[in-house]
Design a protein around this ligand. Structure first.
Ligand SMILES: Nc1ncnc2c1ncn2[C@@H]1O[C@H](COP(=O)(O)OP(=O)(O)O)[C@@H](O)[C@H]1O
Ligand SMILES: [Mg+2]
Length: 239
C-alpha cells in the first residue's frame, strides 16, 4: 500500500473549488513531481494535504491512517510533513536551534536524530552555530527541509524547494532530495522546472487548471508535448 494515498480531492479557499477531483499516490523510496502552469493549483493541493486547507470532498491516507480531518498540528507526528514555498526558518535562531524546534513535534529525545540530519546535510553541519538569517536563500531552504525531517516522516511534501536558487545550488538541493527518497521516504515535490522534475522524479503529475491532467512514470510523461500542455493546448489523450 502506498505511503500516501489521496483520492478525489476537491478544495479551495471559499465556496468555489480551485482543485477538482485530484487523485495521487506516492510510495516510499520514490520521488513524485507535480508540475504545471502557474495558478494550476499545485500549492493549493499541497496545503490541503497538511490541513492548512480542508478538502471539501475526498480522502487523504498516510501510513494506512485517514488524516483527512485530522488537526493540522497532529499531522507531522503521524508521518506527513510539508515545507512551504516561502516562510520557512526562524532567522533569529541558529541552525541547530531550528532543528531542535523541528524535533518538538515528536516525544522523547531527538539528539541522535539531529546528529543524523547534520551528517546528511553537510552544509548545515558546518553552519550549525550560525543564525539562520545569515544563511543564503538556498541554505535556508535546505534548513527548512532538514527541520521537517526531524520527525522522521514517511511522506515529505516540498513546494518549489529550488525556486529562486542558482543552478549550482539547485543541484545541491536536488541531490539532498534524492538522498531523502533513498533513505525510505516518499517525496512529493512541486517543481516549476520541468527538466529538473523529469531528471529526478520517478513519477510525474501534470496539474492544469485545478485538475490532474496527466500522470505516469517519468519516461512516459517525457514523451508528451509538455509545452503544449502547459500552454493549454491539451492533448487528446490523458492517462
Ligand atoms: N489565499 C488564496 N485565496 C484565494 N485564492 C487563492 C489563494 N491562493 C491561491 N489562490 C488561487 O488559487 C489558484 C491556484 O493557486 P495555486 O495553488 O497557488 O497555484 P500554483 O501553486 O499551481 O501556482 C489561483 O487561481 C490563485 O489565484
Ligand atoms: Mg505554487
Amino acid at each position: 500500500m502506498p505511503a500516501l494515498i489521496t483520492e478525489n480531492i476537491t478544495a479551495g479557499y471559499g465556496r468555489t473549488p480551485i482543485i477538482n477531483d485530484i487523485s495521487l499516490s506516492a510510495d516510499v523510496g520514490t520521488i513524485t513531481a507535480i508540475i504545471g502552469p502557474n495558478g494550476a493549483g499545485k500549492s493549493t493541493y499541497a496545503k490541503t494535504l497538511v490541513g492548512v486547507l480542508r478538502a471539501v470532498t475526498g480522502r487523504i491516507v498516510v501510513n494506512d491512517l485517514d488524516i483527512t480531518k485530522m488537526p493540522g498540528h497532529l499531522i507531522p507526528r503521524n508521518g506527513l510533513v510539508y515545507v512551504p514555498q516561502n516562510e520557512n526558518v526562524f532567522t533569529n535562531l541558529t541552525v541547530r536551534e531550528n532543528l531542535e524546534v523541528g524535533g518538538f513535534a515528536v516525544r522523547g529525545n531527538t539528539d541522535a536524530r539531529l546528529e543524523e540530519i547534520l551528517d546528511i546535510f553537510t552544509d548545515l553541519k558546518k553552519a550549525q552555530g550560525k543564525k539562520a538569517g545569515y544563511l543564503s536563500g538556498g541554505q535556508q531552504n535546505l534548513l527548512a527541509i532538514a527541520r521537517s525531517l526531524m520527525v522522521e516522516p514517511t511522506v515529505i511534501v516540498l513546494d518549489e524547494p529550488t525556486a529562486g536558487l542558482s543552478p549550482a545550488y539547485t543541484d545541491v538541493v536536488w541531490n539532498q532530495i534524492d538522498l531523502i527518497a533513498k533513505s525510505g521516504t516518499a517525496v512529493l515535490v512541486v517543481e516549476q522546472n520541468v527538466e529538473r522534475a523529469l531528471a529526478h522524479a520517478d513519477f510525474v503529475h501534470i496539474f492544469v487548471a485545478g485538475s490532474n491532467h496527466m500522470h505516469g512514470p517519468t519516461s512516459e510523461i517525457a514523451k508528451h508535448d509538455l509545452a503544449a500542455i502547459f500552454l493549454g493546448r491539451a492533448e487528446a489523450t490523458s492517462s
